[in-house]
Design a protein around this ligand. Structure first.
Ligand SMILES: Cc1cc2nc3c(=O)[nH]c(=O)nc-3n(C[C@H](O)[C@H](O)[C@H](O)COP(=O)(O)OP(=O)(O)OC[C@H]3O[C@@H](n4cnc5c(N)ncnc54)[C@H](O)[C@@H]3O)c2cc1C
Length: 452
């Protein structure tokens, strides 16, 4: 395999995973990354002497491929994983609930917590059983589920607007980056079955305790280096040309490279411009924004490391003091998924709105001095996980013989997450390996844009 040369285009989590999988199998890998750093959509910025991630990233206990990548990068000790799912849910005025698992096996591990969930009426709590049972019985991968709107389905299963807002959306919005009313039932069912119903630890929440630029970017670069991958940063691939049956030329700004196979691990939009997927794929998949609002206070305003909020513009808030370097005070990050309402709003409007909202749930924030306040916006954080989206996602297998795609937007069955990105990269690498071990069939050339 060491004779085999593969180019990986894109150094996000999909590209890093693909490159490492190939290098571990003895393939000669060159990775091209357009930006000056690795990590793609998981990155960090420096401001006022603090380090802020472009967006709070959470993984779940069920994210096995991502957790394997953390092990491979040697950074498992740089993330925190809850020993047991425990999400305090706060409402302005001091009302409080929690979603916490017990030590019972799945699917009973959440029963006690939901039965005591004070933010819903007793009738609403009892009413949760029907959709939970129905979700647990669904056949994942059934294309019929993808045509159904999850919000409509919840209402048909007796869920009130309050139950959707105060419970279902707390789970679906951060995982799918759309609200229940805009979500595909297929992806919602995947989240509930894999995260919440199969394994008691499936939804335990985890996050990095260091900046993402360090966790994935710096440690990713070190692992790639150590495994012999040649990484070119500040290097965009502009075209991929087929030279012969199993030989490609990849052109950059000033250099070009030859390879026996290529993995394009970019966004769908870039994969479209490189001609490895149709030009309309990205437009059809759509985009969904995420906005994060970060405040550094001169003092501690809450003891909670994380909380969800209801009846508040805040969705989730995390204590990022250690990762940001705010050791003397407290750094709180408000994470807003499905942030269509905020993506175009100026910081001068967002900062006072969310500072006020923080004061409503953490009254000490009203007296604290703000040392730094930053809004980060990602307009195309994920594809739009609405009904019909699953049929639009590109298969990793074979857009073009010898050319593979990877990325969280590919057909992994997972939402656009770090887990999906890593899975796609590992799957694309496996496809390459089977191509060169002779077990993969070569289909006909079917796209003109990978030039012959
Ligand atoms: C604010 C925010 C919050 C999020 N929160 C979560 C979360 O809590 N949990 C979770 O699991 N997921 C979350 N996600 C989603 C997660 O970050 C992504 O799904 C994942 O990182 C995508 O990885 P990727 O490798 O598929 O793509 P990308 O990260 O987009 O990587 C693609 C790479 O290709 C490079 N590239 C593009 N064009 C070229 C070219 N021509 N030549 C060379 N290189 C090129 C890009 O610079 C980039 O580095 C969040 C995303 C955002 C933006």
């Amino acid at each position: 395999m060491s004779q085999t040369r593969v180019i990986v285009v894109g150094g996000g989590l999909a590209g890093i995973s693909a490159a490492l999988t190939l290098a571990d199998a003895g393939v000669t890998v060159t990775l091209l990354e357009r930006r000056p750093h690795l990590g793609g959509l998981t990155t960090s910025i420096e401001r006022d002497g603090f380090s802020f991630d472009n967006g709070q990233h959470v993984f779940l206990g069920c994210c096995s491929a991502y957790r394997d990548l953390l092990k491979r990068l040697g950074v498992s000790d740089k993330v925190y994983l809850q020993p047991r799912l425990d999400v305090p849910v706060l409402a302005p005025g001091g009302q409080r609930g929690s979603i916490r698992r017990s030590n019972l096996p799945a699917p009973f591990h959440l029963a006690a917590s939901l039965a005591r969930y004070r933010l819903l009426s007793v009738r609403e709590r009892l009413g949760l059983l029907r959709p939970v049972l129905a979700l647990s019985r669904m056949k994942l991968g059934d294309p019929a589920l993808d045509d159904i709107n999850f919000g409509d389905w919840l209402r048909q299963h007796g869920q009130t607007p309050r139950a959707i807002a105060r419970l279902w959306n707390l789970i679906i919005q951060p995982t799918l980056n759309v609200s229940a009313d805009h979500a595909s039932l297929a992806l919602a069912a995947q989240v509930f079955q894999v995260g919440f119903l199969r394994d008691a630890g499936g939804a335990d929440m985890g996050w990095s305790t260091v900046p993402l630029a360090e966790l994935h970017g710096e440690y990713g670069a070190r692992a790639l280096d150590a495994s012999g991958v040649i990484t070119h940063l500040n290097t965009a691939a502009h075209s991929i040309t087929r030279v012969s049956d199993n030989s490609f030329a990849v052109d950059g700004d000033e250099e070009n490279w030859s390879a026996d196979a290529v993995i394009v691990a970019t966004s769908a939009r870039v994969a479209g411009t490189l001609g490895v997927v149709g030009p309309d794929v990205a437009t059809e998949l759509g985009t969904s924004p995420i906005v994060n609002i970060q405040f550094v206070f001169d003092r501690k305003v809450t003891d909670l490391v994380m909380a969800a909020c209801v009846d508040s513009p805040i969705e989730f808030v995390f204590d990022r003091s250690d990762a940001s370097g705010a050791h003397d005070g407290q750094c709180l990050v408000i994470s807003l998924s499905a942030a269509d309402a905020y993506i175009a709003t100026g910081s001068s409007e967002l900062l006072p709105l969310f500072l006020g909202a923080l004061g409503d749930v953490f009254p000490l924030a009203r007296e604290a001095q703000v040392l730094s306040a930053v809004v980060t916006r990602e307009a195309a954080a994920t594809f739009r996980a609405g009904p019909g989206v699953e049929s639009l996602r590109t298969s990793i297998t074979n857009p073009e013989p010898g050319v593979f795609v990877a990325g969280a937007w590919c057909d992994t069955g997972w939402p656009a997450t770090m887990e999906g990105a890593v899975r796609s990269g590992c799957q694309a690498a496996s496809q390459v390996l089977s191509l060169f071990s002779g077990s993969s069939s070569k289909g006909p050339l079917n796209r003109e844009s990978v030039k012959s």
